[in-house]
Structures are given as structure tokens and as C-alpha cells.
Design a protein around this ligand. Structure first.
Ligand SMILES: Cc1ncc(COP(=O)(O)O)c(C=O)c1O
Length: 420
């Protein structure tokens, strides 16, 4: 029986929460203090953070040292009180940068910062246009639900992220979920069903968030061309990480031009928050007129967009962060492989990916190991159902260019002593 006190009308929730708790599947918040690449728990002890998606170390950098000082000081002060000092930020920002956007992009929440940043993203993505969203989740769900209509067919990878899945659920199109990365299954579905549908959308993550593997994008593109289908690719974990310009897996695999619609997030390698969709102008215009998370939600803060623009510049001009990320990823991967802790084989491109899952199996055991790691100074999240299929609970290690070699080695040693 539950000890919780609550109105009787919510007793069913309490019961369900208890059931999840009994099998270690209850999710709950654990407040931490984040400091660089460490998190400090309630006991005040630091742990090396292997749970963040801050792949390039940009989120961990201290904002107050740079932009915040100049932007907030100048925006808040009357003209005559301003020091007139030249800060590192573009001077136009001082008069136009607002903390919040105040409304949807379609009302008055689309500032000069948004427009400039969208144009810069479009140039980087080599597309005609980009639409901005307040998160990657909003972008993924908002694009799929708007574009795939009644009379259409969606083919969606079984391991796609929840945001794409929710987009499919909101769409009025018919949907087939194909086995993970199974190109033959996609070909068979197209062969059998293409003629019955108006538009066909092949929807996939480029890098899968819980496994760190890459979708067979070249083969899927071939099928899309052969069967007149359209690809929508979510580059959330590849933006800023893969490709010689950092724009993602489509670039790295040479299929960028053939993937009509690409979705990115500003919340992982970009180190801030928000999402975007890159595509032909007509698609972006259609989204502006139909995509509900874009129309009916306040646009990302100009402050966030300004930092994202600085980080885009950093991603474009400083490949060293990307190389360092690949280096630490390979370093950990080779150590885990040597200790027989990685079951899957990876391609050369996949070896650059900073996501390292270690499958444990049961949720109970995974939590127990994550807790042991926590006690020994490492934060590695335990991923359990329903995020991953039953029986495949895992530790999910995320690396950052900001990790040091000794931090990587310490984690590998600890994992080997616990699991080897
Ligand atoms: C593959 C994938 N797509 C989309 C998202 C959503 O991005 P955001 O965190 O910016 O909402 C995530 C985040 O976890 C993700 O892993």
C-alpha cells in the first residue's frame, strides 16, 4: 500500500507509481548542481558527468563571463548610463536583444536575431530555408504531424526518437514501423504499398539516441528515389558532431542533397536549447502555415538564439572540438571493446559518435550498477523501459570534447572492475 497522501481521486496514479517503483521503473527528479563536466549531488560530492548531450562542451562554458555581461548591462541601462565600452558582442544586439521573445514567431516573436540565425543555418545546411522551433522535440513532432496527411504513408524506424513517434501519432497518415535499420523491410513495404498512397515519408533518426548507431541513409535515399518517397531525417545527435562542416550524418555520408527535410536540435552539440528544420522554401512556408508547435508556441528567446548563433560560428570555425570529441569517443570505445563490454560492431563513422550504450538487461541490475558508479564518482544514466525495449536496459555513456583522457580512462577502469 502507498504511504502517499493525496486526494482519493488520484489514488489510481499513486497505485501506478507504486507499481513502477516496485520494479525500479519509476522516474523521478534528482537535483544536481552542474559545474563544467561534473555534477554535484545532494551529498555535496562531485561526479564526472557522463550523462549530458553537451557533445562539444559548449553548454558547460560559463555564459556570465561573456555575452550576459554585455547584453544585460547594455539592455537594462539607459543610454546615458552605458559605459560605451565595446564588448565582444555585435553592437546591434545592445539595442535589439530581448530576454524573451514575448510571442509566437508569427505574431511579434521573430526578431532580427531569429531571421539572421535562420539564414545562417540555411546556408550551413545548404538548403533554401530554415524554420526555428522552441525545441528539437517540437521540431520533430511538428514537422511530421504537419507534412504527413491523410492519404499518405509513413515508414518509421522502430528505434526512432519519441518526438518523431509522437509526430506520427498526431499525423492522419497511415503508418508502418519497420524493424530497426532494416532496408529490405522498407523496400518490401514500398513495393507492396506505394501505389495506394499519395505521398510516402521515410522517417528516421540519423544517429539513434539510445544505441549510437547510424541509419542506412544511402540505401534509404536510393529507395526514396526509386519509389518517389520523401526522406525526413532527424539529425539531433549528429548536428555539430559529424560531417566535415559539422552539419551532420547526411553530410558525412554524402546524401545531404537527397534528403529533402533535415531536423536539428540546438540542445545537444549546440549547447543551448531549440530546434530547427532545414528544407526547400516551399516546405518551410508550408510549416509556417500548418505546424502547430511553431504557430501556437512562443518562439525561442532572442538571448538563446544569440548564443546559438555564436555556437554555430564556433562549430563552423573550430573543428578542433569535433576532432577532440571523435578522439575521446574512439578512446573509450577501444577500451570498452578490449574489456568485452561493447557487443556491437561499429563502422568508422560510428566510432566518432559520443553515445556508448552498455547493455545490462534488467532494470534492477542497471540501476544497481549506475548507483555503484555514482558512489564511486561517476554519473552514468541508467536507461530503462519504456525508453528502450524490455530486457535491454542499459548504461548510456555520453561523451564530450570537454572530457579529459584521464576522466575517460577512470570510467573505463571502473566499468571493467564492476562488469568485466
Ligand atoms: C533523436 C532525438 N531527436 C529529438 C530530440 C529532442 O530534442 P530536444 O531535446 O531539443 O527537444 C532528442 C532529445 O533527446 C533526440 O534524442
Amino acid at each position: 500500500m502507498s504511504n502517499r497522501i493525496g486526494p482519493p481521486k488520484f489514488a489510481w496514479m499513486d497505485k501506478r507509481l507504486q507499481q513502477w517503483d516496485d520494479v525500479q521503473l519509476k522516474r523521478q527528479l534528482r537535483p544536481v548542481q552542474a559545474d563544467g563536466m561534473t555534477v554535484i549531488g545532494e551529498d555535496g560530492k562531485p561526479r564526472i558527468n557522463f550523462g549530458s548531450n553537451d557533445y562539444l562542451g559548449l553548454a558547460a562554458e560559463n555564459y556570465s563571463d561573456s555575452v550576459a555581461t554585455s547584453a544585460s548591462t547594455d539592455a537594462d541601462m539607459p543610454d546615458e548610463a552605458s559605459s560605451g565600452e565595446d564588448h565582444s558582442v555585435d553592437s546591434s544586439i545592445r539595442t535589439t536583444l530581448r530576454k524573451g521573445s514575448g510571442s509566437s514567431q508569427l505574431v511579434c516573436g521573430y526578431t532580427e536575431q531569429h531571421a539572421r540565425f535562420a539564414a545562417e543555418l540555411a546556408a550551413w545546411e545548404q538548403t533554401e530555408a530554415v524554420a526555428l522551433y522552441s525545441s528539437g522535440y517540437a521540431a520533430c513532432s511538428g514537422v511530421v504531424s504537419a507534412l504527413a496527411r491523410r492519404g499518405d504513408l509513413i515508414l518509421s524506424d522502430a528505434f526512432n526518437h519519441a518526438s518523431l513517434i509522437d509526430g506520427c501519432r498526431l499525423s492522419k497518415a497511415e503508418r508502418f514501423v519497420y524493424p530497426h535499420c532494416d532496408v529490405a523491410a522498407v523496400a518490401a513495404l514500398l513495393q507492396h504499398h506505394r501505389k495506394r498512397f499519395q505521398n510516402v515519408w521515410i522517417i528516421t533518426d540519423s544517429v539513434f539516441s539510445m544505441d549510437g548507431d547510424i541509419a542506412p541513409l544511402s540505401d534509404l535515399v536510393d529507395l526514396a528515389i526509386r519509389f518517389d518517397a520523401t526522406m525526413i531525417v532527424d539529425e539531433a545527435h549528429a548536428t555539430g558532431v559529424l560531417g566535415n562542416d559539422g552539419s551532420g550524418a547526411c553530410k558525412a555520408l554524402g546524401v545531404k542533397e537527397m534528403v529533402d527535410i533535415r531536423i536539428g536540435t540546438l540542445s545537444k552539440a549546440f549547447g543551448v536549447q531549440g530546434g530547427f528544420v532545414a528544407g526547400p522554401q516551399v516546405v518551410i512556408d508550408y510549416l509556417l502555415n500548418t505546424s502547430r508547435p511553431l504557430i501556437y508556441s512562443t518562439s525561442p528567446s532572442p538571448l538563446t538564439i544569440q548564443i546559438a548563433a555564436q555556437h554555430l560560428h564556433e562549430i563552423q570555425t573550430n573543428a578542433a572540438r569535433r576532432y577532440r570529441l571523435a578522439e575521446v569517443s574512439r578512446r573509450l570505445r577501444s577500451k570498452l571493446q578490449a574489456a568485452n563490454l561493447l557487443s556491437t560492431l561499429f563502422t568508422a563513422l560510428e566510432s566518432r559518435i559520443p553515445i556508448h550504450p552498455i547493455r545490462i538487461g534488467s532494470a534492477e541490475k542497471t540501476i544497481a550498477i549506475a548507483n555503484q558508479l555514482w558512489d564511486r564518482g561517476f554519473y552514468v544514466p541508467a536507461i530503462r523501459p519504456p525508453t528502450v525495449p524490455e530486457g535491454t536496459s542499459r548504461l548510456r555513456i555520453s561523451l564530450s570534447a570537454a572530457h579529459t583522457d584521464s576522466q575517460i580512462d577512470a570510467l573505463a577502469d571502473e566499468l571493467q572492475s564492476l562488469l568485466g
